[in-house]
Design a protein around this ligand. Sequence first.
Ligand SMILES: [Fe+2]
Ligand SMILES: [Fe+2]
Length: 358
Amino acid sequence: MRVVQVEHLTPEMRLGLSIRLANGLRLAAMGQPGDPELVQRLRDHGVRVVYVQGGETGDPADLEPRVALETWSEAVTGLARVAGELHRAEVFRPGALDAGHRGARSLLLAQRRARGVLAALTRLRALNSHVLDHSLRVMIISLMVGQALGWGRQQLRSLGLGGLLHDVGHSLVPAELHDNPGAWSDDEFKAMQAHTKLGADLLAELGLGRPVVRAGLQHHERWNGTGYLEGLAGPGIHPCARVVTVADAFDALIHDRPYRPAFAPREALELTMAERGRGYDPAVVDALLRCVRLYPVGSVVLLNVGALAVVSGENDGEPTRPVVRLLGSASGAEETVDLRHKAGWYVLNVVRRVPVSR
Ligand SMILES: [Fe+2]
Ligand SMILES: [Fe+2]
């Protein structure tokens, strides 16, 4: 299979994959010839690129080798770049981030000849570079959280691929919706929400396993049942989808969106913690907390009790409650305080951050 701009379709070319509308109806079937009538129909629905069959077999997973290799090497390069950016953002513990990056990298390296994965990735790449970068970050963050949850190799493999491909359904949503984010009518919002179902159908068609398909379908569901597309709740949501949900939302918070600027990591974490047991699986939020660092050792913080303090230790899994050394304590009786054991005391804000050496 290869990717072709809709304007370049000819009647001799045959569609490599079926094309569905946002409401799930099929706009064109796999194998359909690229005649002028089809070109017009695709244009009318804002479809810009399609797959056409490239080999004799017509196998949907038979991606043209050059396109597959380009996609793959762009993803591998992109992964290193976004991992570097995440390091510079100083949100995650370097050890956890390195482990997540390593997991994502070896998983991606193993996908070099995985036609289904590469076909889905090619679609993400055809959308725009922001979508591919977001997908790569969600892959890393999901794996980091999965490792913190103690998941096994096979589960992590599905989780990584689910994180990477969760948004592939956006490639099946009318292009003009992407050009106009945040200003959607109710119908347009519904069409946008359908990226979950469209993506899941595509992932199933490409032969990706059930957990990956579920990550695509359910990553906008919420633990308390307030999400979409089906309003599933709690354990009714696939475990992979529960992790990808948190990774996806957290990554969205710490990056600019067309309709709002990025939140500072600490604010993003507070917003995520506020959804613990509400929108998000509490175990997943707890695992994310074990991966982040809020107050690196050496930071000067202001406590709610009015004292300035220097962070002297971090507590695993409780990034908001570090060990601090009080500055200028009048009593002199209590120099070092572990905020885990000091009820009612908490960090109000950071007065001075330490530059982290990487
Ligand atoms: Fe999504
Ligand atoms: Fe996403």
